[in-house]
Design a protein around this ligand. Sequence first.
Ligand SMILES: Cc1ncc(C[n+]2csc(CCOP(=O)(O)OP(=O)(O)O)c2C)c(N)n1
Ligand code: SF4
Ligand SMILES: [Mg+2]
Length: 280
Amino acid sequence: MKKEIKKISSGHNACAGCGQLSAVQSVMRALDKDTIIANATGCLEVTTTPYPQSAWSLPWIHSLFENPAAVATGILAALKKQKNQKTKVVVMAGDGGTFDIGMGVISGMWERKENILYICYDTESYSNTGFQASGATPYGASTSTSPKGNQEKCQIKKSCDLINKTGNHLQKKDMIRIALAHDVPYVAQTTAGYPNDIYNKVKKALEIKGPAYIQILAPCIPGWGIKTDEAVEVGKLANQSNFYPLLEYLNGELISGGLNSEETAEKHKETYIKKQGRFK
Ligand SMILES: Cc1ncc(C[n+]2csc(CCOP(=O)(O)OP(=O)(O)O)c2C)c(N)n1
Ligand code: SF4
Ligand SMILES: [Mg+2]
């Protein structure tokens, strides 16, 4: 029997139960071996490539924190020069790399309508550097730069009183709407709670001509204050509570997912919040 090659191997040093690594496994199942990945600095890159080792068995390049979209553009240009239309180019980056520092180059890539699949693993904070708030951090979440009940440590002095009471006092940036505003033909949202949904969305995105954006909520064990066996459950609750609904847009039209009924959301909201240390 032919032995299946794992596209990302065990032996990486991510935290036990990491929601991001679990989501990556589902993404990798859907990728063909004729793929080149550009990966921004962040937990995914750091935990999978401690020199001289690598957990990746597909062509993979580490970009800076801010520029995997530009690196992907360069790869695509080189493939075009070689008249190669077969090899897929995929970006992988965290929410900090996507919502914040990488925004300008992402916008350029989408403006040029390049055939690149961009996947954002959304841990709702800068996990790799100690859980600082990002543009993806939801309202009320305690992070190391918006620490609830710890005025001493707060780095955003002006809003300290407010942060002290609530944790993060800013709303999460709506990256899905930003992608749609760029007329990205395939835009989807999912969570680490749904491995098959991730797989199906990646497969679909790869069939689309032009840019595609998939945002995957990736529960972070220490950053969210959850147990090592809870990332999948919390990923499911995020959808069921309507905090992070599954979404799929094709040419601007919602073709699957959307908000769950009020009744379903009400049933799951409290459990979603109470399970997480960052909301306590
Ligand atoms: C220009 C620059 N600023 C800061 C850093 C330090 N840094 C490395 S990873 C990281 C946070 C990454 O956060 P995110 O993109 O959300 O990925 P995660 O670690 O959460 O998966 C930061 C701030 C850097 N590498 N480069
Ligand atoms: S800090 Fe969070 S995102 Fe990083 S490896 Fe650990 S669980 Fe995963
Ligand atoms: Mg992150």
